[in-house]
Write a protein of this length. Sequence first.
Length: 163
Amino acid sequence: MRMTKYFSMIERSKPDAWRVEVLPPYLAEIQQLNDPLEEPPYLLAEKPTSLLVFRDDVRISVAMGRIEEEEFNEDWATGFSDKKATLRRADFLFSGSLIYSCSYVSVDGGRCDLPLLSSGKLTVPKRFNRAMQIFHQARETGCSYSNYIVGSRATIVDEEWPV
């Protein structure tokens, strides 16, 4: 399957076509934070928090939630009632293999996940925005994705994504 077809299938999908699973701890990536010879070892377990599986083609899935930056402080992301914003990772998988990875931002204390806006211009490619909207609705968070996009002052543009 070509990447263009893969992302077109995501873009045309409906939120109820996705199954959302909370990932178990054994899928964590373990990192040792101190010197390997030091006792005891201080370990950090990082993992995506959820896996979205496309019901129409289970080879397509997206692992979301791995933290890249605990405190993300761009104005567009911190202008909500809860100022906490976190930079996270979305890994797009095909048959379990990573085919694309990108950053997004969890805003308003984790109430909504938004695409990472381009620096300065506050733009987001239409396809990336659509994918994030679908994933937000699939997780049934109870809050309006559209309100958050408007609140971020994002401009949705007709640019190629992914590049």
